[in-house]
Design a protein around this ligand. Structure first.
Ligand code: IMP
Length: 185
């Protein structure tokens, strides 16, 4: 990953990216969402379920800005398992906490088509939580294919592929402080 100090463009792997959301704006929006959650869940103790890997940076900032007594657990979706992306056979790994009867807030990095989140919700519902809310850092409204109810979103972005602040391109770029959008060359 190359980040020249005097430009707002970088290379991640074989692609070029330009800064699209600076760290200062991200922090502002994350704090806004944390305040909304703290207000809506006042007096309650939700369990935050953070979806790895992409949401780890967002979750670290969000949870430290939330003023509630709360718990956090981490889950991961397996790679596609013997199916192509149409088959979407993915398993939920790491659901160690007993989610039955709990108020869950699922923390995701990005909702694109929404198919991943829809399947995740189906799996979670089989564990009979009291409720499930979604909190995503990014939403691409132009790509959404499902009627997901997304209660909390930090930012809506155009359809372009992005990296940084936890999101990767081919495993790289997660440690960037800002969010960058792909430049189609
Ligand atoms: P969906 O099922 O189409 O909503 O895709 C969700 C997953 O695709 C996210 O959790 C990300 O892992 C990945 N993804 C979608 N768009 C992007 C992007 O622009 N940058 C990095 N990862 C993305």
């Amino acid at each position: 990953m190359l980040r020249p100090s005097n430009t707002d463009t970088i290379r991640v792997g074989d692609k070029k990216f330009a800064i699209s959301v600076p760290a200062s704006r991200i922090q502002k929006e994350v704090e806004r969402v944390a305040a909304e959650i703290s207000r809506d869940y006042s007096g309650r103790e939700p369990l935050f379920l953070v979806v790895l890997n992409g949401a780890f940076v967002f979750a670290a900032d969000l949870l430290r800005a939330v003023t509630l007594e709360s718990q956090v657990s981490f889950v991961k979706l397996s790679s596609y398992n013997g199916a192509d992306s149409e088959g979407k056979v993915r398993q939920l790994i790491g659901l160690g906490e007993d989610v039955r009867g709990r108020e869950l807030i699922v923390v995701e990095d990005i909702v694109d088509t929404g198919l991943t989140m829809t399947r995740l919700l189906e799996t979670l519902k089989a564990h009979e939580p009291a409720s499930v809310d979604i909190c995503t850092l990014l939403l691409k409204p132009g790509k959404l294919q499902t009627d997901l109810k997304i209660r909390y979103r930090a930012m809506e972005i155009p359809d372009d592929f992005v990296v940084g602040y936890g999101l990767d391109y081919d495993g790289r770029g997660r440690n960037l402080r800002d969010i960058y959008s792909i430049i189609n060359e």
